[in-house]
Design a protein around this ligand. Sequence first.
Ligand SMILES: [Zn+2]
Ligand SMILES: [Zn+2]
Length: 367
Amino acid sequence: MRAGGSLNPGVSYGEARAGAKALALVSLLFTGETSKEPLFSLCAKYLHDFAKRLFCGREWCKRCGLDESDMHKRRYARLMDKVFYLGDIGKNHGLGYFVFTIPSQIREKFRSKGKLSRAGRAVRELLKSHDFDVGLSRWHYFGDGEITEGELDAGVYHPHLNCLVVGRWIPEKEMRVIKEAWRRLLELVSGESVDVVDVHYQYFKSQSQWWHKGVYVTRSTFKRLEGHEGLAERLFGFRNLCYWGFGQGEKREAKLKRGRVVLGLWLDDVKGKEKEEAMTRKEFDELVSMSHMKCLKCMEQGELVGIITYQDFNGCRKVEDLETLRPRIERELSGGFYVLSTVILNEKPMSSVEDDTKSLEGEYDTS
Ligand SMILES: [Zn+2]
Ligand SMILES: [Zn+2]
């Protein structure tokens, strides 16, 4: 269907209330990029409306791929409770950070989803066997200057797996065992002999470092598509971010809640330079709610209500451009989300108001 257009004509208030799918009240927002997934969200229960910018999310996108882009913010906002949980849960309150790199002579073997997944799984098993029972991992595809000494050229494929775990001190002997296991794994996966491997480990005590790590791990590194089209194709649909040990259901929720509490206290408390890098508590909470599709307005009333994507009667998601929607924007949130005003339902065509109110009750003025 065509992007743009106005509110659906001919939908009565009663019909609109009838079910979530019939909520034709809302228009949505699409700006900029030529992509696809039209998306608009709204509160399923009380018709609180929100709009969400649509992004392609590609690492090399001139917009999505930038550090601190809306897309990057959504990504780290969803991650941060887990990062703070990992930092907080250990005996000494610290976040552990591993980077598993792949030596240059065998990198060519790791230009596929299959190989990267296999290596990732092996690393997670390895870390579990060293009592890093909970954690998360995400690949960076290209060098990024922070841990890839001597290879600052962003154009060189340099896959390395970032892992965040519950931090602790690691004796040198244990580190040697981990490195040796990684070396053997690389030999197994690549089918070639590997002499030396590099595994980097650091342990972070301060919460601003935890924040920074969450931001850092979720950033894009595949910043330039030119010359890497084949690789991009092979990585298409790769599920890069992986978690382990958080459990499910109530157990998981309890962990994440703890992470959110610690994170919230820190956000309330950050000052000075750290504050410029982080967000305000309110800004962050709103971003998280929207990223998880939870209604902000209902949340203020203490209710947890999911937001659903607006669909028209044909089951299509509806997209609208920013200019059309602008009059309805009450407030802009972080990460490309907007709070919209409620559609006024009782405006009727002037000429009909007096003689037959019933037939036009609640219909839109489409004139
Ligand atoms: Zn994009
Ligand atoms: Zn609501």
